[in-house]
Design a binder for this molecule. Structure first.
Ligand code: C5P
Length: 312
Protein backbone atom coordinates (compact mmCIF):
# COMPACT_ATOMS: atom_id res chain seq x y z
CA UNK A 1 0.00 0.00 0.00
CA UNK A 2 1.46 3.37 -1.04
CA UNK A 3 0.25 6.59 0.62
CA UNK A 4 1.05 10.25 -0.02
CA UNK A 5 1.55 12.21 3.18
CA UNK A 6 0.98 15.97 2.69
CA UNK A 7 2.60 18.88 4.51
CA UNK A 8 0.42 21.48 6.28
CA UNK A 9 0.73 25.17 6.89
CA UNK A 10 -0.89 27.16 9.67
CA UNK A 11 -2.64 29.92 7.74
CA UNK A 12 -3.55 31.51 11.08
CA UNK A 13 -2.20 30.71 14.55
CA UNK A 14 -3.27 32.42 17.77
CA UNK A 15 -1.79 31.22 21.05
CA UNK A 16 -3.12 31.61 24.60
CA UNK A 17 -1.23 31.56 27.92
CA UNK A 18 0.39 28.30 29.09
CA UNK A 19 -1.97 25.91 30.92
CA UNK A 20 -1.23 23.71 33.93
CA UNK A 21 -0.50 20.73 31.62
CA UNK A 22 2.37 22.72 30.06
CA UNK A 23 0.59 23.15 26.72
CA UNK A 24 -0.81 26.35 25.23
CA UNK A 25 -4.42 26.67 24.05
CA UNK A 26 -4.59 27.49 20.33
CA UNK A 27 -6.91 28.69 17.64
CA UNK A 28 -5.35 27.71 14.33
CA UNK A 29 -6.50 27.30 10.75
CA UNK A 30 -4.52 24.52 9.15
CA UNK A 31 -4.55 23.48 5.50
CA UNK A 32 -2.62 20.81 3.65
CA UNK A 33 -0.38 21.88 0.77
CA UNK A 34 0.90 20.02 -2.29
CA UNK A 35 4.22 18.89 -0.86
CA UNK A 36 4.38 15.19 0.02
CA UNK A 37 6.35 12.45 1.69
CA UNK A 38 5.54 8.94 0.43
CA UNK A 39 5.05 5.90 2.66
CA UNK A 40 5.00 2.29 1.45
CA UNK A 41 3.48 -0.31 3.76
CA UNK A 42 3.89 -4.08 3.43
CA UNK A 43 2.66 -6.75 5.85
CA UNK A 44 5.13 -8.47 8.15
CA UNK A 45 3.64 -11.76 9.29
CA UNK A 46 6.12 -12.11 12.16
CA UNK A 47 4.54 -9.16 14.00
CA UNK A 48 7.52 -6.83 13.62
CA UNK A 49 7.33 -3.07 13.02
CA UNK A 50 10.23 -1.94 10.84
CA UNK A 51 10.92 1.48 9.31
CA UNK A 52 13.49 2.59 6.76
CA UNK A 53 13.84 6.22 5.75
CA UNK A 54 15.45 7.99 2.80
CA UNK A 55 16.82 10.65 5.18
CA UNK A 56 19.63 9.03 7.21
CA UNK A 57 19.54 11.84 9.79
CA UNK A 58 16.08 10.77 11.02
CA UNK A 59 15.69 8.09 13.71
CA UNK A 60 13.87 4.89 12.66
CA UNK A 61 13.11 3.67 16.19
CA UNK A 62 10.42 4.72 18.71
CA UNK A 63 11.55 8.36 18.43
CA UNK A 64 10.01 8.40 14.94
CA UNK A 65 6.28 9.24 15.05
CA UNK A 66 5.62 6.63 12.32
CA UNK A 67 6.92 3.83 14.57
CA UNK A 68 5.03 5.26 17.55
CA UNK A 69 1.79 5.27 15.51
CA UNK A 70 2.31 1.69 14.28
CA UNK A 71 3.09 0.37 17.77
CA UNK A 72 0.10 2.17 19.31
CA UNK A 73 -2.17 0.61 16.70
CA UNK A 74 -0.59 -2.81 17.22
CA UNK A 75 -1.26 -2.54 20.95
CA UNK A 76 -4.83 -1.41 20.22
CA UNK A 77 -5.30 -4.43 17.89
CA UNK A 78 -4.09 -6.76 20.64
CA UNK A 79 -6.41 -5.12 23.18
CA UNK A 80 -9.48 -5.27 20.96
CA UNK A 81 -8.81 -8.91 20.07
CA UNK A 82 -8.44 -9.72 23.77
CA UNK A 83 -4.67 -10.30 23.64
CA UNK A 84 -1.82 -8.65 25.52
CA UNK A 85 -0.43 -5.26 24.57
CA UNK A 86 2.73 -5.64 22.50
CA UNK A 87 4.05 -2.10 22.89
CA UNK A 88 7.52 -3.44 23.77
CA UNK A 89 8.11 -5.94 20.96
CA UNK A 90 6.88 -8.47 18.38
CA UNK A 91 4.40 -11.21 19.30
CA UNK A 92 3.74 -14.10 16.90
CA UNK A 93 0.30 -13.91 15.29
CA UNK A 94 0.05 -10.13 15.65
CA UNK A 95 -0.05 -7.92 12.58
CA UNK A 96 3.30 -6.40 11.68
CA UNK A 97 4.48 -4.03 9.01
CA UNK A 98 7.52 -2.95 7.04
CA UNK A 99 7.38 0.79 6.23
CA UNK A 100 9.51 2.71 3.74
CA UNK A 101 9.43 6.47 4.15
CA UNK A 102 10.55 8.73 1.31
CA UNK A 103 11.13 12.09 2.98
CA UNK A 104 10.60 15.31 1.01
CA UNK A 105 8.98 17.62 3.60
CA UNK A 106 11.73 19.47 5.52
CA UNK A 107 11.90 18.55 9.22
CA UNK A 108 11.82 21.24 11.91
CA UNK A 109 10.12 23.57 9.44
CA UNK A 110 6.64 23.88 10.99
CA UNK A 111 5.17 21.93 8.05
CA UNK A 112 3.89 18.99 10.12
CA UNK A 113 5.69 16.28 8.13
CA UNK A 114 6.19 13.91 11.08
CA UNK A 115 2.58 14.44 12.24
CA UNK A 116 1.25 13.80 8.73
CA UNK A 117 3.36 10.63 8.47
CA UNK A 118 1.93 9.40 11.79
CA UNK A 119 -1.65 10.15 10.71
CA UNK A 120 -1.37 8.30 7.40
CA UNK A 121 0.25 5.39 9.24
CA UNK A 122 -2.81 5.14 11.52
CA UNK A 123 -5.17 5.27 8.53
CA UNK A 124 -3.16 2.86 6.36
CA UNK A 125 -2.57 0.24 9.06
CA UNK A 126 -6.20 0.37 10.19
CA UNK A 127 -6.99 -0.71 6.62
CA UNK A 128 -4.00 -3.01 5.96
CA UNK A 129 -4.54 -4.91 9.22
CA UNK A 130 -8.35 -4.94 8.75
CA UNK A 131 -8.94 -3.41 12.20
CA UNK A 132 -11.94 -1.23 11.31
CA UNK A 133 -11.30 1.11 14.23
CA UNK A 134 -13.62 4.16 14.05
CA UNK A 135 -12.11 7.59 13.28
CA UNK A 136 -13.04 8.63 16.84
CA UNK A 137 -10.59 6.06 18.26
CA UNK A 138 -7.90 6.86 15.66
CA UNK A 139 -8.23 10.55 16.63
CA UNK A 140 -7.72 9.70 20.31
CA UNK A 141 -4.61 7.68 19.47
CA UNK A 142 -3.43 10.54 17.21
CA UNK A 143 -3.73 13.11 20.00
CA UNK A 144 -1.43 10.94 22.14
CA UNK A 145 1.24 11.10 19.43
CA UNK A 146 1.30 14.88 18.92
CA UNK A 147 -0.92 17.96 18.89
CA UNK A 148 -0.93 18.28 15.06
CA UNK A 149 -1.67 14.62 14.25
CA UNK A 150 -5.51 14.73 14.70
CA UNK A 151 -5.79 17.53 12.10
CA UNK A 152 -4.77 15.18 9.29
CA UNK A 153 -7.49 12.71 10.38
CA UNK A 154 -10.12 15.44 10.10
CA UNK A 155 -11.69 15.01 13.53
CA UNK A 156 -13.67 12.23 15.14
CA UNK A 157 -16.36 12.01 12.46
CA UNK A 158 -13.69 11.72 9.77
CA UNK A 159 -14.29 12.16 6.08
CA UNK A 160 -14.34 8.92 4.15
CA UNK A 161 -12.22 6.19 5.73
CA UNK A 162 -9.13 6.65 3.59
CA UNK A 163 -8.97 10.42 3.13
CA UNK A 164 -6.74 13.02 4.73
CA UNK A 165 -8.28 16.27 6.00
CA UNK A 166 -7.41 19.33 3.91
CA UNK A 167 -8.67 22.34 5.92
CA UNK A 168 -9.74 22.70 9.55
CA UNK A 169 -9.88 25.08 12.49
CA UNK A 170 -8.11 23.36 15.37
CA UNK A 171 -8.48 24.35 19.03
CA UNK A 172 -7.60 22.89 22.43
CA UNK A 173 -3.87 22.20 22.19
CA UNK A 174 -4.50 21.60 18.47
CA UNK A 175 -6.30 18.27 18.79
CA UNK A 176 -9.92 19.55 18.59
CA UNK A 177 -10.61 19.57 14.85
CA UNK A 178 -13.51 21.26 12.99
CA UNK A 179 -13.33 20.93 9.24
CA UNK A 180 -13.93 24.14 7.25
CA UNK A 181 -13.89 25.05 3.56
CA UNK A 182 -10.46 25.82 2.23
CA UNK A 183 -9.72 29.06 0.37
CA UNK A 184 -10.34 28.32 -3.29
CA UNK A 185 -7.83 28.75 -6.13
CA UNK A 186 -4.95 29.64 -3.89
CA UNK A 187 -1.26 29.08 -4.55
CA UNK A 188 1.22 29.00 -1.74
CA UNK A 189 4.80 30.15 -2.15
CA UNK A 190 6.76 28.29 0.49
CA UNK A 191 10.11 29.68 1.63
CA UNK A 192 12.27 27.04 3.26
CA UNK A 193 15.21 28.52 5.19
CA UNK A 194 17.96 26.02 5.87
CA UNK A 195 17.34 26.03 9.64
CA UNK A 196 15.34 23.90 12.04
CA UNK A 197 13.25 25.57 14.79
CA UNK A 198 12.71 23.47 17.95
CA UNK A 199 8.99 23.82 18.82
CA UNK A 200 9.34 23.55 22.65
CA UNK A 201 12.00 26.32 22.64
CA UNK A 202 9.73 28.61 20.61
CA UNK A 203 6.89 28.08 23.12
CA UNK A 204 9.29 28.69 26.05
CA UNK A 205 10.32 31.96 24.41
CA UNK A 206 6.61 32.78 23.90
CA UNK A 207 6.13 32.51 27.70
CA UNK A 208 8.83 35.20 28.19
CA UNK A 209 7.32 37.69 25.72
CA UNK A 210 4.56 40.28 26.28
CA UNK A 211 1.22 38.54 25.81
CA UNK A 212 -1.22 39.87 23.19
CA UNK A 213 -4.87 39.46 24.23
CA UNK A 214 -7.63 38.49 21.82
CA UNK A 215 -5.96 35.19 20.93
CA UNK A 216 -9.29 33.33 20.96
CA UNK A 217 -11.16 35.80 18.74
CA UNK A 218 -12.49 34.15 15.60
CA UNK A 219 -11.24 35.27 12.21
CA UNK A 220 -14.13 35.59 9.85
CA UNK A 221 -15.84 37.20 6.93
CA UNK A 222 -19.52 37.81 6.36
CA UNK A 223 -20.00 35.74 3.19
CA UNK A 224 -17.29 33.88 1.29
CA UNK A 225 -13.64 33.49 2.17
CA UNK A 226 -11.90 36.42 0.42
CA UNK A 227 -9.32 35.93 -2.35
CA UNK A 228 -5.71 35.18 -1.39
CA UNK A 229 -4.48 38.79 -1.42
CA UNK A 230 -7.23 40.00 0.95
CA UNK A 231 -7.13 36.89 3.12
CA UNK A 232 -3.40 37.37 3.77
CA UNK A 233 -4.09 40.67 5.56
CA UNK A 234 -6.37 38.92 8.09
CA UNK A 235 -3.87 36.24 9.03
CA UNK A 236 -1.35 36.26 11.87
CA UNK A 237 0.94 33.91 13.75
CA UNK A 238 1.48 34.64 17.46
CA UNK A 239 4.66 32.54 17.49
CA UNK A 240 6.49 34.82 15.03
CA UNK A 241 7.93 37.26 17.63
CA UNK A 242 9.23 34.29 19.69
CA UNK A 243 10.78 32.51 16.69
CA UNK A 244 12.37 35.77 15.49
CA UNK A 245 13.76 36.41 18.99
CA UNK A 246 15.49 33.01 18.75
CA UNK A 247 16.55 33.59 15.14
CA UNK A 248 16.74 37.30 14.20
CA UNK A 249 17.98 36.12 10.78
CA UNK A 250 14.57 34.44 10.18
CA UNK A 251 12.81 37.69 11.13
CA UNK A 252 14.98 39.63 8.67
CA UNK A 253 14.24 37.11 5.89
CA UNK A 254 10.50 37.46 6.47
CA UNK A 255 10.64 41.25 6.33
CA UNK A 256 12.79 41.36 3.19
CA UNK A 257 10.62 38.76 1.43
CA UNK A 258 7.55 40.82 2.31
CA UNK A 259 9.08 43.94 0.71
CA UNK A 260 10.18 41.97 -2.37
CA UNK A 261 6.72 40.55 -3.11
CA UNK A 262 4.67 43.52 -1.79
CA UNK A 263 2.36 41.39 0.33
CA UNK A 264 2.34 39.88 3.84
CA UNK A 265 4.63 36.92 4.46
CA UNK A 266 3.72 34.66 7.39
CA UNK A 267 5.52 31.89 9.30
CA UNK A 268 3.98 28.39 9.53
CA UNK A 269 3.63 26.86 13.01
CA UNK A 270 6.75 27.43 15.11
CA UNK A 271 8.86 28.01 11.95
CA UNK A 272 11.16 28.05 10.20
CA UNK A 273 9.06 27.87 7.00
CA UNK A 274 7.57 31.11 5.68
CA UNK A 275 4.76 31.46 3.15
CA UNK A 276 2.65 33.86 1.18
CA UNK A 277 -0.48 33.35 -0.94
CA UNK A 278 -1.52 34.12 -4.52
CA UNK A 279 -4.68 33.67 -6.57
CA UNK A 280 -2.67 33.34 -9.77
CA UNK A 281 -0.17 30.54 -10.32
CA UNK A 282 2.06 32.43 -12.76
CA UNK A 283 2.36 35.46 -10.47
CA UNK A 284 3.16 33.08 -7.60
CA UNK A 285 5.92 31.38 -9.58
CA UNK A 286 7.49 34.73 -10.52
CA UNK A 287 7.46 35.81 -6.87
CA UNK A 288 9.02 32.50 -5.82
CA UNK A 289 11.80 32.98 -8.36
CA UNK A 290 12.41 36.56 -7.17
CA UNK A 291 12.69 35.47 -3.53
CA UNK A 292 14.94 32.56 -4.48
CA UNK A 293 17.31 34.69 -6.55
CA UNK A 294 17.44 37.70 -4.19
CA UNK A 295 17.49 35.92 -0.82
CA UNK A 296 19.12 32.60 -1.77
CA UNK A 297 16.13 30.89 -0.14
CA UNK A 298 14.74 27.54 -1.31
CA UNK A 299 11.21 28.22 -2.55
CA UNK A 300 8.34 26.07 -3.84
CA UNK A 301 5.01 27.01 -5.41
CA UNK A 302 2.34 24.51 -4.40
CA UNK A 303 -1.48 24.33 -4.42
CA UNK A 304 -3.38 24.74 -1.17
CA UNK A 305 -5.68 22.19 0.47
CA UNK A 306 -4.79 18.99 -1.33
CA UNK A 307 -6.57 15.77 -0.44
CA UNK A 308 -4.61 12.57 -0.34
CA UNK A 309 -6.37 9.27 -0.86
CA UNK A 310 -4.75 6.02 0.02
CA UNK A 311 -3.30 4.49 -3.13
CA UNK A 312 -2.99 0.76 -3.41
O1 C5P B 1 2.23 18.03 20.83
P1 C5P B 1 3.59 18.19 20.29
O2 C5P B 1 4.49 17.02 20.59
O3 C5P B 1 3.64 18.56 18.85
O4 C5P B 1 4.22 19.44 21.06
C1 C5P B 1 5.59 19.70 21.09
C2 C5P B 1 5.87 20.74 22.15
O5 C5P B 1 5.32 22.01 21.74
C3 C5P B 1 5.21 20.46 23.49
O6 C5P B 1 6.03 19.65 24.29
C4 C5P B 1 5.04 21.85 24.08
O7 C5P B 1 6.27 22.31 24.61
C5 C5P B 1 4.76 22.69 22.86
N1 C5P B 1 3.32 22.91 22.62
C6 C5P B 1 2.62 23.77 23.45
N2 C5P B 1 1.28 23.98 23.23
C7 C5P B 1 0.65 23.37 22.19
C8 C5P B 1 1.34 22.51 21.32
C9 C5P B 1 2.69 22.30 21.57
O8 C5P B 1 3.18 24.34 24.39
N3 C5P B 1 -0.64 23.61 22.00
Amino acid sequence: MRVLSPAKINLHLRVGPKQLDGFHPLVTWMVTVGLFDTLDFSLDTAGRVGLSCSDPSLPVDDRNLVVRAARLLQAEAARTSGGESSISGPVAGEPGVRIELLKVIPTGGGLGGGSSNAAVTLIALNELWGLNLPRQRLSELAAGIGSDVPFFLGGPSGICPSTICSSAICTGRGEVVSRVDSPSATWVVLMLPDMSMPTPAVYRQFDQMPFSPGWNEAIGWSQQCPPAEELLRLLRNDLEPSAFAISPELGRLRKTAETLVSRPVRMSGSGSSLFTLFSDREVAEKAAFLIHSQLALRTMTVPIAVISNLQK
